[in-house]
Design a protein around this ligand. Structure first.
Ligand SMILES: Cc1ncc(COP(=O)(O)O)c(C=O)c1O
Length: 506
């Protein structure tokens, strides 16, 4: 192994990757082994740890996704309750399903979009104070728009109540090297992950898991190895090692250079566009607040040669990195100018986005591992969400696994262009009532007689006879709809009460 043998056959189509094959080795002598590192990988990780000022840093060839799985494994091993600020990435939700963790949500106050919100420190404090078990707080910062949370204050609150602070810093690997070091590890987080591939010059899939706690230093690898491949990519590890060199030699100068370019870029457009506050490299245009549609603007920019990181009707996110050079900003500004010239103007929108926490019906794990079906969102009211649908990577769950999809959720799904949802399939017993229990009320009997224009002396018996011969049944929310020969009968599934009967449309 590896099967490509270093790209031995130069006529092979794979020879195009020859340079890469040379570096794509496996756990041969001298190459060390990621999960049992004591050689060159361990040395590179120590170097990285020094740069970040962590108690330990380990490499991940499975992105921040693997680091999130590892961080939550540690919390599970410590039997800690997990509080999570709701704007989490899907990786967190999947890890919760795998580890059977039912996080308690802390809802942020959304600021204009599903992507970003403000959390109240006093809310966090109250939740941690009231918790009788050891706990932890999980937060995503920077969020997808680049907004950073007050990690220093959150860490103080967590530590006051013996809780750990875990930060999904997938978008913030560079924060340690800004003029003010605001990397989560430097300002109090206990554990944190950085996707090196997002903000640093590293290969896709490369990430780092840091801890500031000695107690976790020796446990990171074991926690990660539960979920990581036993054949982690050496290419990715080599790129992390090169990143280490880049950080020690160059990143600070690059950040300084980019900082001037980004300020100039923002200033150039500040009379026409409003930008969201956040960390330097996320240029988040509040499109609808500026009188544009974010998706339309992104499409125009694509046609003019620039691919945006994300867009929806309200936002347009341009993601830069320390390796960008001044010419990139000049080109980007020209493309944005051209796109703005062509873009249609819309009425300026400044709506507050809100989404309440949906009601929970079952555990995340039960919902994810139940038989599921994909249904149109319009018929999803009252159904239990199975796996989470998100507008675009990454996203905040509109309804999370195990939660009941409400009308409010459906409207937001549609706003983000999500037209189908994955829901837990009904069990047979949830789709049928015990026929002997079927009954109606006095008003129900009256309604049935009126709707069917018939003289029905014993409505209970009449309904049972009809249902005994039903041709199909569906469930919507709490009700079952039995289609019979000449009518559709609506029955409350739990109490088996017939609510109404309508003649079948011819
Ligand atoms: C906030 C956040 N967390 C975690 C992840 C997962 O990171 P990775 O793709 O490195 O596994 C992403 C990816 O988009 C993300 O945006």
């Amino acid at each position: 192994m590896p099967g490509h043998k270093g790209g031995a056959d130069s006529k092979n189509i794979m020879s195009r990757l020859n340079g890469l094959f040379d570096l794509d080795i496996t756990e041969i002598s001298g190459a060390d082994s990621l999960f049992e590192a004591d050689g060159i990988i361990a040395e590179s990780e120590r170097n990285m740890s020094q740069l970040y000022g962590s108690a330990a840093t380990v490499y991940s060839a499975g992105g921040s996704t693997l680091c999130i799985q590892a961080m939550l494994t540690l919390m599970k091993q410590d039997n800690r309750k997990v509080f999570a600020v709701r704007n989490v990435h899907r990786a967190f939700l999947n890890a919760c399903a795998l580890l059977d963790i039912d996080a308690e949500w802390i809802m942020p106050e959304y600021n204009g979009s599903i992507l970003s919100g403000e959390i109240s420190l006093s809310d966090v404090e109250k939740r941690l104070k009231d918790c009788r078990k050891p706990s932890c707080l999980y937060i995503t910062s920077p969020d997808y728009t680049g907004k950073t949370a007050d990690i220093r204050s959150l860490a103080e609150i967590c530590h006051r109540y013996g809780a750990k602070l875990i930060v999904d810093n997938a978008h913030g690997a560079h924060l340690a090297f800004m003029p003010e070091n605001i990397h989560p590890i430097n300002v109090g987080a206990d554990l944190c992950c950085d996707s090196a591939h997002k903000m640093l010059p590293a290969l896709t899939g490369s990430a780092m898991l840091h801890t500031s706690c000695i107690e976790y230093a020796d446990r990171l690898k074991q926690a990660m190895s539960f979920f990581g491949s036993t054949s982690p990519s050496y290419l990715i590890m080599a790129s992390l090692d090169l990143c280490c060199e880049y950080i020690s030699c160059q990143i600070k100068a690059d950040i300084k250079r980019n900082s001037a370019d980004i300020s100039a870029f923002r200033n150039r457009f500040s009379d026409r566009l409003s930008f969201a506050d956040g960390e330097l490299f996320h240029i988040t245009v509040k499109a609808s607040e500026s009188g544009y549609n974010g998706n339309e603007l992104a499409q125009l920019m694509r046609e003019n040669g620039a691919e945006c990181e994300y867009s929806d009707d309200d936002l347009l996110i341009l993601l830069m990195s320390p390796v960008n050079v001044s010419d990139d900003y000049i080109r980007l500004a020209e493309i944005l100018e051209k796109s703005l010239e062509k873009a249609e103007r819309h009425t300026v929108k400044n709506e507050k986005f809100s989404l309440s926490l949906p009601e929970k019906a079952m555990s995340v794990r039960d919902a994810v591992f139940s038989p599921t079906e994909e249904i149109p969102v319009d018929s999803a009211e009252g159904r239990i969400c199975a796996s989470v649908k998100v507008p675009c990577p990454p996203a905040i769950p509109i309804a999370s696994s195990g939660e009941i999809i409400s009308r409010e959720c459906i409207n937001i799904f549609k706003k983000y262009g999500i037209l189908t949802v994955n829901v837990v399939k009904y069990k047979d017993e949830e789709l049928l009532c015990d026929i002997e229990k079927i009954h109606t009320t006095e008003q129900g009997a009256e309604r049935i007689r009126n709707n069917m224009s018939a003289d029905i002396p014993d409505a209970d018996r009449w309904c049972r006879d009809k249902i005994a011969d039903y041709s199909s049944v569906i469930r919507k929310g709490k009700n079952l709809y039995y289609t019979c020969e000449d009518c559709v009968i609506t029955v409350n599934a739990k109490s088996c009460t017939v609510i109404t009967v309508h003649p079948k449309r011819k």
